[in-house]
Write a protein that binds this ligand. Structure first.
Ligand code: BES
Ligand code: MN
Ligand code: ZN
Length: 465
């Protein structure tokens, strides 16, 4: 997308996207040109679309109005919604008149970023396998100020989020652990990043018994990946860690219904999306993107209930349920991130059905071992227009997963599932590591149909400075 070479509607040859507040009049010149008072026709209430045909009065077909409601009530979250609504109406190249959406609080630069990101987000279509994806319809931004940099920021976020959605929506037979590795290699090439690929042999040598245990039931190899984004000179490295179960059958504790379990790699896909955005916006930080990826399937070698495994941290875990596999691969990934020197870690995982039961597809479950770090993230969530809610970590949850044969069990069942899973993970976080765990089980996809790219924006904004 680009900034239009002109600054006024009448110079456009493309349809106009015209945001309009209830308390504002439509540009008198436009009214005059059209020859009748369209203020009486256009619905200026929030999220309402009115299409006015120009009938030869302009060299373009139509003006698509998007109502924004009262300007003093406008927020960036509402603006995103409205921009997504109008984006769905765009069927041919158009020009977006950015200044009409500005308020005392939201300037033209922010409006441009929000529009471009929303437009790209709304243009995403789940890929029909075997068919080419449609090109995105070109939209320009009209502004008197220079907004080219803002367009690029909006594009970086929109494209990074859609990249995650593309990976996540790809069915599990075509998005195997090896395909995740291929995606990471591609990304590393494109942005000139260092990539470490640990295969089964390497994982064995280092003693990553968690991910290897889950991988036993799969005929495909497992991988641990570390993408290194370094644009922060000698700053310490932070890490973003993702669960990459490309399909979760539950293992021997087989799921009754595994619909949607191709999305169990959304954490891993998010890590790739996050690194892509950081690289696109050239954030001045050092970040490792860590991914643990395998299938959770069943064959004659699959891990079983009551198996005891030795994780990378040397802590031992008794398998209570083979379906609580996410924490088993993640604990190794978290240990690995700390071995690489990260003392600020954010993980994303479709970890527990319990989190979805608690918060539905509305809020992401947020856990942290550090109040200050949490408060910072909570502010970032608000600034990023994403919803997360803090849930507790507590040693009392650990009492419940005491084991006779190991340091702890990997679960006890459904009760308190989100907090138990998170408290389990905390056992693999060192005292001086600031850590946020995002349980995206409920929010990463629309009930098994369509990835959302949730939390990518917030994590980027948290990491970027
Ligand atoms: N991947 C699932 C969690 C999940 C459930 C994600 C629903 C998205 C939608 C995870 O591996 C899992 O199976 N968790 C179990 C844990 C239980 C066995 C303690 C769960 O939540 O039921
Ligand atoms: Mn599972
Ligand atoms: Zn899972």
């Amino acid at each position: 997308m680009e900034q239009a070479s002109y600054s006024f509607i009448y110079e456009s040859t493309q349809d106009i996207i015209y945001p309009i507040y209830e308390d504002k009049d439509i540009c008198p010149k436009v009214v005059e040109t059209l020859g009748y008072d369209i203020n009486l026709i256009v619905d200026k209430k929030l999220n309402q679309i009115t299409t006015i045909y120009t009938l030869g009065q302009y060299p373009f077909d139509k003006i698509i109005f998007i109502g924004l409601g009262k300007s003093i009530e406008m927020t960036t979250a509402k603006m995103r919604d409205a921009f997504i609504t109008v984006s769905q109406q765009i069927k041919q190249p158009a020009s977006f008149d950015a200044k009409r959406a500005t308020t005392d609080m939201i300037d033209i630069h922010k409006v441009t970023q929000l529009f471009v990101e929303s437009y790209i987000y709304a243009s995403y279509k789940e890929h029909v396998i075997g068919h080419d994806t449609k090109e995105i319809i070109e939209v320009n931004v009209i502004a008197q100020e220079n907004v080219q940099a803002d367009i690029e920021i909006g594009e970086a976020y929109g494209n990074g989020i859609n990249y995650e959605r593309t990976l996540a929506d790809t069915p599990a037979n075509l998005m195997t652990p090896k395909d995740i590795v291929k995606a990471a290699i591609q990304l590393a090439k494109e942005y000139n990043l260092e990539l470490t690929i640990l295969d089964n042999q390497k994982l064995q040598e280092m003693g990553a018994g968690g991910i290897l245990a889950v991988n036993q039931g799969s005929d495909l190899p497992a991988y641990m990946l570390a993408l290194k984004y370094n644009h922060g000179s000698n700053q310490p490295y932070k890490a973003v860690v993702g669960k990459g179960i490309t399909f979760d059958s539950g293992g021997y504790n087989i799921k009754g219904n595994s619909f949607g379990m191709k999305y169990d790699m959304c954490g891993a896909a998010s890590v790739l999306g996050i690194i892509k955005i950081l690289a696109d916006i050239k954030a001045n930080v050092n970040v490792y993107g860590i991914i643990a990826t395998t299938e959770n399937l069943i064959n004659g070698s699959a891990y079983k209930p009551q198996d005891v495994i030795i994780t990378l941290s040397k802590k031992t875990v008794e398998i209570f349920s083979t379906d609580a596999e996410g924490r088993i691969i993640l604990c190794d990934a978290l240990t690995y991130a700390q071995q690489l020197g990260a003392h600020q870690i954010i993980d994303l995982a479709t970890l527990t059905g319990a989190c979805e039961v608690a918060l539905a597809d509305v809020y992401t479950g947020v856990f942290s071992n550090n109040d200050e770090y949490f408060h910072k993230f909570n502010q970032v969530l608000k600034d990023s227009d994403e919803k997360g809610w803090r849930l507790p970590l507590d040693n009392a949850y650990l009492d419940k997963i005491k084991s006779n044969s190991a340091d702890f069990k990997n679960s006890i069942g459904r009760v308190g599932g989100a907090s138990i899973a998170a408290s389990f993970l905390q056992q693999f976080i060192e005292e001086d590591t600031k850590w946020i765990h995002l349980d995206i089980a409920g929010t990463a996809d629309h009930g098994g149909k369509g990835a959302t790219g949730v939390m990518i924006r917030s994590v980027v904004n948290m990491l970027k400075d």
